[in-house]
Ligand binder design. Structure first.
Ligand SMILES: NC(=O)c1ccc[n+]([C@@H]2O[C@H](COP(=O)([O-])OP(=O)(O)OC[C@H]3O[C@@H](n4cnc5c(N)ncnc54)[C@H](OP(=O)(O)O)[C@@H]3O)[C@@H](O)[C@H]2O)c1
Length: 216
């Protein structure tokens, strides 16, 4: 697959590294050419450095590894280049006090979709810290990490599920893009539990056999 990455920060680094290893053709796009060059060298595997527009043009899948507000601005600016592409959104619109910056309005992923209406936006990879995405593979107690994926276009979802497996994880159907806000709210909750309370967010859900009560 040809993958364009928008951003040269932590998530770009963590995910692109897996995808290069899986044999994908990756272009790292940054607003700072030196950072793009440095990250492309770091992830290796023939990854090419580029500007944001060239990276968007190069990818069948384009990862937006950008802060929430910047992601929407960049998607609007690149809307023509993103036409027909899968636009993968891992952003967390989480602000001070672990609040959602999108409260009362569309989710971050829906705002990306509005900014680049020709792109097929898919939400994934937002629920864990970059260091988890750097694990090879992210497996806990013998179980691969499950990654919920939200999107409306089946072809786009097929591609993103493949990219989830390439990270060593298992994709889980999260529903349409209309449900992406739930993933973003879940991230806000998890971050507040981990960072604010020092609580184990994994402990808040029972095993599946108990999920709907003992009679189900
Ligand atoms: N880090 C995590 O653990 C984690 C986990 C899950 C989800 N996320 C989400 O993933 C996204 C990326 O996070 P990150 O940790 O990778 O961030 P990061 O390390 O700070 O990298 C952000 C990237 O965005 C670029 N950028 C910022 N503003 C821009 C603008 N206006 N135009 C173009 N490029 C711009 C930065 O470029 P410069 O270097 O030139 O400033 C940098 O390359 C965020 O939405 C975050 O919520 C992060």
């Amino acid at each position: 697959m040809r993958i364009g990455v928008l951003g040269t920060g932590n998530m770009a680094d963590a995910l692109a590294t897996h995808w290069v290893r899986a044999g994908h053709e990756v272009t790292i796009g940054g607003r700072d050419p030196h950072k793009a060059e440095r990250l492309a060298t770091r992830v290796g595997g023939g990854a090419k450095p580029a500007g944001l527009r060239a990276a968007a043009e190069s990818g069948q899948v384009v990862l937006a590894a950008l802060p929430f507000g910047a992601g929407v601005d960049v998607a609007r600016d690149l809307r023509a280049a993103l036409e027909g592409k899968v636009l993968l959104d891992c952003s967390n619109p989480v602000g001070p006090g672990f609040g959602l910056l999108t409260e009362g309005g569309p989710s971050a992923a829906q705002r990306l979709a509005a900014a680049a209406p020709g792109a097929h936006v898919v939400k994934a990879f937002n629920l864990c810290h970059e260091d988890v995405w750097r694990m090879r593979p992210p497996v806990f107690d013998g179980r691969p990490l499950a990654v919920p994926v939200c999107g409306d276009d089946e072809t786009a979802l097929v591609r993103v599920r493949e990219l989830v497996r390439d990270v060593g994880c298992e994709p889980v159907a999260g529903g349409g893009l209309g449900r992406s806000g739930l993933l973003e709210a879940t991230a806000a909750l998890f971050i507040s539990l981990w960072v604010g309370e020092g609580a184990d967010a994994q402990a808040i859900a029972p095993p599946l056999a108990y999920a709907a009560g003992p009679d189900h």
